[in-house]
Design a protein around this ligand. Structure first.
Ligand SMILES: [Zn+2]
Ligand SMILES: [Zn+2]
Length: 227
């Protein structure tokens, strides 16, 4: 029963009988999905008359994917909870976030992809952290949407922290950082890449480039938040 109705809200840790993949009623009001209309290229809010946002017009060359969906604006409660998932070991947040991603992909996405691929961490970073948050999100997403999870991507080198870099520097920093695994056959497939946050898009662009170079038919991206 504890698996179906955990005893604690994964966000505020309040006691209560909460259905798996959910949060308590108080937290539900704090986590609000992005409003419509949404930008086709980043999943964020549209701020003009086009079907893409102003930043996606400006960063057009960092959008090699076909379509993007995201759930939250990266701020406030969502930002805090994502930091807990990413750096605080609070992996018990993944079922809630994965459920939100599944619901948003169902409404705003492009149907069922052939395979869902999380953005990989460098093996040493994953070793130090103990897990890859994007992999946890992708696994929960796949479980809910009954979609196949793959590990087609690998990281070819360690990258510097991106937080202080601008868009152009991030792109340079990420260029060629991903490659397709030799055993992964992505030829002709429609692939959905999952990551935690889309900021400039440099990481997801590098992941998309690697998959397209290996013969993928198309790549879409799904993130938890738009930075
Ligand atoms: Zn709560
Ligand atoms: Zn956009």
């Amino acid at each position: 029963m504890d698996l179906v109705f955990p005893k604690l809200c994964p966000v505020c840790l309040a006691r209560g009988r909460i259905p798996a993949g959910n949060v308590c009623p108080d937290c539900t009001t704090e986590f609000v999905d992005l409003p419509e209309p949404r930008c086709r290229d980043c999943g964020g809010v549209i701020d003009g008359v086009l079907d893409v946002c102003a930043e996606c017009v400006r960063l057009h060359d960092v959008r090699p994917w076909e379509h993007a969906v995201t759930v939250y604006r990266f701020g406030g409660h969502a930002r805090h909870a994502i930091h807990r998932l990413k750096y605080g070991g609070h992996t018990f947040l993944a079922p809630f976030f994965g459920a939100r991603m599944a619901e948003n992909w169902h409404v705003y996405g492009l149907g069922t992809p052939d395979v869902v691929v999380p953005v990989p961490l460098h093996w040493l970073k994953k070793c130090l952290r103990g897990y890859n948050q994007s992999e946890l999100l992708a696994r929960e997403f796949c479980r809910r949407g009954r979609m196949p999870l793959g590990d087609a991507l690998r990281r070819t080198r360690w990258t510097a922290q991106q937080a202080r870099l601008d868009a152009a520097a991030r792109r340079r920093n990420m260029k060629g950082v991903f490659a397709c695994r030799a055993k992964a056959n992505v030829h002709g497939l429609h692939i959905l890449v999952v990551d935690d946050v889309l900021t400039t898009g440099a990481t997801l662009a590098a992941a998309t480039d690697a998959l397209l170079a290996a013969g993928a038919a198309s790549v879409s991206v799904l993130t938890l938040a738009r930075g």
